[in-house]
Design a protein around this ligand. Structure first.
Ligand SMILES: [Fe+2]
Length: 460
């Protein structure tokens, strides 16, 4: 069953503008007078009955006249084919550019060669093939021939092909791991890192899948609030207890309630006064039932008080090929794929990366996959595979080809050769459609859920 949406850009953007006009309590007649446009034009644009350019022009005009941001009403045109964007290895190779780096030892050398791979403006990824042109003769983390970057805002899942050294810094102290084909790593934003090759005869490469998380999508607010205030809001987060107090203080500040007043409310609910004060000051950790009591006092859910500390190991996870969890999919006697789980971290619970080996020879013995995450695919092996869209469209994925697949699009893979098993890197992330966003959507009145992306009438 196909449940992925058929995409009509003008209609969806028109519906979004209508929703905004409703919120502003503006009828087409009022808009016509205020925006100095004809009523007929506005009606047609809101209904998506004009071309896309006309609906975009109305969006720009609304952002000029009304106190609303263009970003909040804009919708990027879809650059995928039914939710899939494909890029061939030849097109990727054509984007190759070499970027030199200055080394701590004073030399400036060709360091990385970057290739773009499948990228959609509707997706949170900026995935690249990065070839390590710079070769080192040891795996010393302090090697003065290694140029670190300063880290970046994007999260990064890295997959390694060949003999590549991975370097990163924790609290200014450099570390190095010798990586090989099938190894993977995750690095948290702003951890400085670098990569070099260990084999001068066969330099390795990485597939660096950088992606935006919720902070990137809330960047406007973070910019306006400023770095000091955002830092204060997040707190120290050094351990679970500190993280709990930071979280509790955010809830208390939102309620304009003091820790003492919360302790009083807990005492009113039957808790011992001393215990209540110990909990709200963080001197003692709350039990499950006490968390429920605190949540009830604040009119929030117990899970809103579940705090997690910052990252262990400085926010870097290294997963060796030999240590991966490997399983068949679907489980049973004749799996269509073999899945090896790559670097994972509870800090990014919706980052799911795999090496996927295609075992199915034909579509009948293959298996559908559908999930709510954005998916990036790179064929790093030699064997070709076919990516089947649920609507029957097929995309060939040869060596070095890549693709992006939109959330909730059903897809399956088959191999082209009976003897060669294609090896794909798969990386899934939520983008802006996080579990929190889906949960909010799930709480809407069910009769109105379809209107979220398709307002077609005046609601008031
Ligand atoms: Fe990076």
């Amino acid at each position: 069953m196909t449940i992925a949406r058929k995409w009509d850009y003008a209609k969806i953007l028109g519906a979004r503008l209508l929703s905004e006009a409703n919120d502003l309590k503006r009828t087409p007649e009022i808009m016509a007078a205020e925006l100095r446009l004809s009523v007929d034009f506005i009606r047609s644009a809101l209904a998506g009955a004009t071309g896309a350019a006309e609906v975009q022009a109305l969006a720009r005009r609304m952002a000029e006249v009304y106190p609303i941001s263009l970003a909040s009403i804009w919708l990027e045109p879809d650059d995928t084919v039914d939710g899939i964007k494909h890029m061939s290895a030849a097109d990727a190779r054509a984007t190759a550019r070499v970027i030199p780096r200055s080394l701590p030892d004073g030399r400036t050398v060709p360091y990385f060669e970057y290739w773009d791979t499948a990228m959609s403006r509707t997706a949170p990824f900026k995935p690249e093939v990065v070839r390590q042109l710079h070769v080192v003769d040891d795996s010393d983390a302090d090697n003065p021939a290694v140029a670190f970057n300063k880290g970046h805002l994007m999260h990064q899942l890295t997959f390694y092909v060949g003999e590549v050294n991975f370097y990163w810094k924790v609290n200014g102290v450099p570390r190095c791991a010798e990586m090989n084909t099938g190894d993977s790593s995750y690095v948290v934003p702003f951890v400085p890192h670098s990569f070099t090759s260990r084999n001068p005869d066969k330099p390795g490469y990485i597939i660096a899948v950088t992606y935006a998380g919720p902070v990137r999508f809330a960047l406007d607010d973070f910019c306006r609030v400023g770095p000091e205030a955002a830092d204060a809001l997040a707190g120290s987060n050094v351990d679970r207890n500190a993280a709990f107090l930071d979280l509790l203080d955010r809830h208390l500040a939102a309620e304009s309630l003091s820790r003492e007043e919360l302790a009083e409310r807990l005492t009113d609910r039957g808790l011992d006064r001393g215990r209540a004060e110990a909990l709200t000051s963080g001197r003692q950790a709350a039990t499950e039932s006490e968390i429920v009591a605190m949540a009830t006092c604040l009119c929030i859910r117990p899970k809103d008080l579940m705090a997690s500390a910052g990252n262990d190991e400085g926010g870097v996870v290294v997963t060796r090929a030999a240590d991966r969890v490997v399983r068949g999919y679907p489980s049973g006697n004749r799996p269509a794929y073999r899945l090896a789980e790559l670097a994972r971290t509870p800090y990014q619970p919706q980052l799911k990366a795999f090496e996927l080996t295609v075992l199915a020879d034909d579509a009948t013995h293959s298996a559908d996959m559908r999930h709510g995450l954005h998916e990036y695919i790179f064929n790093y092996g030699e064997a070709e595979t076919t990516l089947h869209h649920e609507n029957g469209r097929k995309f060939a994925l040869g060596a070095g080809d890549s693709a992006y697949v939109r959330p909730m699009v059903g897809r399956r893979f088959t191999r082209r050769s009976a003897t060669e098993e294609p090896s794909l890197l798969i990386v899934r992330v939520p983008g802006a459609m996080t579990e929190a966003a889906i949960e909010e959507f799930g709480g809407f009145d069910r009769s109105g859920r379809h209107r979220v992306t398709g307002e077609s009438t005046r609601w008031y």
